[in-house]
Design a binder for this molecule. Structure first.
Ligand code: CP
Length: 317
């Protein structure tokens, strides 16, 4: 596997899930695979889970790891061609990428959406420049429009916790004080659509996601109706995707916060969130602390999804 940005990159999903389960049983089984190989993780944005879980995954596979926080200690990078670089950006990505690639074997990139220019965000300019110019296998550690390592961990978690063969999974928008990208819900929708689960998305009017990701998923604007009989509730905020409101907050209605009354509508559902989460905006304290909340095992499975992906990339070298 030379790139990892979507569910299709993994090949057959059942095989990838089987590999993830094997890795979970013994995460050090492939420790020779990464010997004398180096992972470079490049962060244009903050992270806790992705940084630690991906580094741990690389160590599980015997790799060396280097981490670069572009905005802390590196030269400020220009990403657009044709710009007269007379401002504060001292280096162009087109030199920086091959230089960084010369020091490593695999590259992970975190680069969030700007939420100003939809076309620029959805062409994934930064991630795609790494794919085009590095000559190395490149994987997304959350890019402008996708977060596949998270979605893979989410799927692994649902497979572990599901009590029926074909669970009802509800992705629900929830309020947040800041405008957030659509990357997590986009990837979650894409990955749920790759399963045979009963998948429903609920959000206020105006929060419709890109149909490239939602495909045939059922959209239900009445959150209470959507939650009825759910086996898994996946809460997440996102800003508007549709024009002319791209990147904007259209609602902070706390009537959409997941509380115990909402959870009571479900089939004793498991609660999920990718974290970090704003308590009592997205979800109430009692729900996230309840025994039906699986946010911690979900986050722990980030190590498993990353180990599986890195193993596949190492095998392609
Ligand atoms: N869920 C997730 O990607 O967390 P971080 O932003 O902390 O990496």
């Amino acid at each position: 596997m030379r790139t990892f940005t979507s569910v299709a990159d993994l090949g057959p999903l059942d095989k990838a899930l089987a590999m993830a389960a094997e890795i979970k049983k013994d995460r050090y089984a492939f420790t020779e695979l990464g010997r004398n190989k180096t992972l470079l993780m490049i962060f244009f944005n903050s992270s806790l889970r992705t940084r630690l879980s991906t580094q741990k995954a690389a160590m599980n596979l015997g790799m060396n790891v280097m981490v670069l926080d572009v905005n802390q200690g590196a030269w400020k990078l220009e990403t657009e061609r044709g710009v007269v670089m007379d401002g504060d950006k001292a280096e162009h990505l087109l030199e920086a990428i091959p230089v960084m690639a010369s020091y490593c074997d695999i590259i992970g990139v975190r680069s969030f959406a700007g939420l100003v220019d939809k076309a620029e965000d959805y062409e994934e300019r930064v991630l795609n420049q790494f794919i085009k110019y590095s000559g190395r296998p490149v994987f997304s550690m959350e890019a402008a429009t996708c977060h596949p390592l998270q979605a893979f961990a989410d799927l692994i978690t649902i497979e572990e916790f599901k009590e029926v063969e074909r669970p009802k999974v509800v992705l629900t928008w929830a309020p947040h004080p800041r405008a957030l990208p659509q990357a997590v819900p986009n990837s979650f929708a894409e990955w749920m659509n790759a399963t045979d689960y009963d998948f429903v998305i609920t959000h206020p009017h105006g929060y419709e996601l890109d149909t490239k990701f939602t495909c045939s998923a059922r959209i239900e604007y009445d959150q209470n109706k959507a939650l009825e009989g759910a086996d898994f509730v996946y809460a997440k905020n996102w800003s508007a995707y549709a024009d002319p409101n791209y990147g904007k907050i259209l609602s902070t209605d706390r009537g959409w916060t997941i509380d115990s009354a909402k959870m009571a509508l479900t089939n004793n559902a498991r609660f999920m969130h990718c974290l970090p989460v704003r308590r009592n905006m997205i979800v109430t304290d009692d729900v996230i602390e309840s025994e039906r909340s699986i946010v911690i095992p979900e986050a722990a499975n980030r190590e498993i999804s990353a180990t599986t992906v890195l193993k596949m990339m190492l095998e392609s070298l």
